[in-house]
Design a binder for this molecule. Structure first.
Ligand code: PRP
Ligand code: HPA
Ligand code: MG
Length: 191
């Protein structure tokens, strides 16, 4: 789905499809070089990272293993609940493995902080991060990112895996919705 298909819902584009592809191909080249000859396990944080993982894993030139963990803290709103829910854990042990966490966005940083600490405590040999988007102005905790993505402003983004209330994940670029699209949000609800 493109912005033109849902134009009446979209306020503005933040990152075009071309810029997403450009960044992912550069990161893929670097990852292929950095992990050449190593046994790399890419861990995608579902659901948001689904598109980023698909694109990155196809663009690398080395064999990698793909695993998934489903974490949630936003639910149906635009603010973090502050607590991470594990909806699905990994199917394999990470002990002694080189891990690249693949994320769609760093906002407060809490999801990644939790996951990096968790994988290290499970005995991973190394844990690095690629996140397609980064709202640096909203970080509440510190996270080291080896492969940085695009810095975006403090606006709630959708597309390329990112949702608002489970919608818009299948948009092929990153955009901000019109204000009225967010208006049904219950301000009292922790999502
Ligand atoms: O830096 P943070 O403030 O922790 O926010 C980032 C996380 O929030 C979103 O996940 P969400 O909880 O919406 O789950 P989803 O990926 O299934 O949409 C996003 O996909 C990241 O995983
Ligand atoms: O801007 C965002 N969009 C979608 N999901 C998110 N999770 C944290 N920040 C965001
Ligand atoms: Mg979400």
């Amino acid at each position: 789905m493109r912005i033109a298909d849902i134009q009446s819902h979209i306020d503005h584009e933040l990152v075009s499809k071309d810029r997403i592809e450009d960044l992912i191909s550069k990161v893929a080249a670097q990852v292929s070089q950095d992990y050449a000859g190593k046994d790399l396990l890419m861990v995608a944080v579902l659901k948001g990272a689904i598109n980023t993982l698909a694109a990155l894993s196809q663009a690398v030139t080395i064999p990698v293993q793909l695993e998934f963990m489903s974490l949630s803290s936003y639910g149906s709103g635009t603010t973090s609940s502050g607590s991470i829910t594990v909806r699905k854990d990994l199917d394999c042990s990470v002990r002694g493995r080189h891990i690249l966490i693949v994320e769609d966005i760093i906002d407060s940083g809490r999801t990644l902080r939790w996951l990096v600490d968790e994988l290290r405590s499970r005995g991973a040999a190394s844990v690095e991060v690629f996140a397609l988007l980064d709202k640096t102005c909203r970080h509440e905790v510190q996270v080291d990112v080896k492969y940085p993505g695009y810095v975006i402003p403090d606006e709630f983004a959708v597309g390329f895996g990112l949702d608002y209330d489970e919608r818009y994940r299948n948009l092929d670029s990153i955009a901000v919705l019109k204000p009225q699209e967010y208006e049904h949000e219950d301000q009292g609800e922790q999502s």
